[in-house]
Design a protein around this ligand. Sequence first.
Ligand SMILES: C[S@@+](CC[C@H](N)C(=O)[O-])C[C@H]1O[C@@H](n2cnc3c(N)ncnc32)[C@H](O)[C@@H]1O
Length: 336
Amino acid sequence: MSRLRKITRRQAVLLAAAALLGAAIGGSALTGHIGVALAVLAVVMVALTAGLILVLHRLATLGREARRSQREQRAVLDQTQRRLLGAVEQMLLLAGDRHRELTELLANSQKLTANGTDRLLRAQTGEVEALIQMFQGFSPRAPMPTSGGFALNPTDLLALLHIIHTRRPKLVLELGSGTSTVWIAYALEKAGGKLISLDHDAAYAEKTRIALAAHGLTAVAEVRDAPLCPVVLDGRTFPWYDTEAVADLNEVDLLLIDGPPEKTGKDARYPAMRVLEDRLADTATVVFDDAHRQDEAEALRRWVEMIEGLTQEGEALGRHAVLSYRRVVRQFTPSN
Ligand SMILES: C[S@@+](CC[C@H](N)C(=O)[O-])C[C@H]1O[C@@H](n2cnc3c(N)ncnc32)[C@H](O)[C@@H]1O
């Protein structure tokens, strides 16, 4: 019954017509009207055949539509599959390239690390050898402050001590105090000579004074406070040591330029030779630390270009460069 309730109106009409026709045929046959019964039966047969043809036609149309939709779905599926395969292939190619690049990068960085470690080890050996030679030359009376980092490296210090040993400067001026001040003071104690060291930072100056006192070197070396003041050169202003701190100095025959630190400004050490040339002896040596750095290399190039009698001695060794200064005295020729 519940199924019957679900039939459409059209189906109900057909069902009613079939029942009516069935009743008409049955009634005609039972009442002896065979001809009428046959005629109604013929109409029913024609209607059934027409209905069958209609259903078959509908089924054929549906079959065609189903096949067409199947073909379309297959085409879409093929296209999607091809796209997917293309994307996977491209991803694999890219992954392959990336893998190759990374492998090369890794191999290169491994080579660089190995080279870097090798170079570091060789540099360390050099620094240790320099330290051994330094301590063989002197017997410090107190623990020595550490070298390297902000302070000169042992290899640079050793070269500096050798210059003092061989050239015997009478007055050394150092820009930037620290560990080097103590080593220079020991060397001058032996060779005979005095050291004046400038520091822009009062705390570091005091630290170096304490170290000099601990080593009993205050008679040889003096640390002076020289805060940074504006110095004008070639139309530019540089923060540089207060020149009052060197006002009494003449005949400096060894100048060590190791300050101010680079963080105090661009071309921080450029003023040194321009300001101090007049304070140098007629023949002097200049040791310039960190000469490999861009600002310092440029300062060195400009000094040699601008200052007559200033020449670089060979190539820079370690981090420092050595320069010779010989004052050029111009003969005064009165004009007629
Ligand atoms: C290159 S350092 C001078 C080092 C010194 N000539 C030596 O070899 O020991 C220049 C200036 O940097 C400052 N300085 C020293 N050690 C420092 C540190 N560890 N950190 C920051 N500034 C430092 C001091 O004022 C010093 O005068």
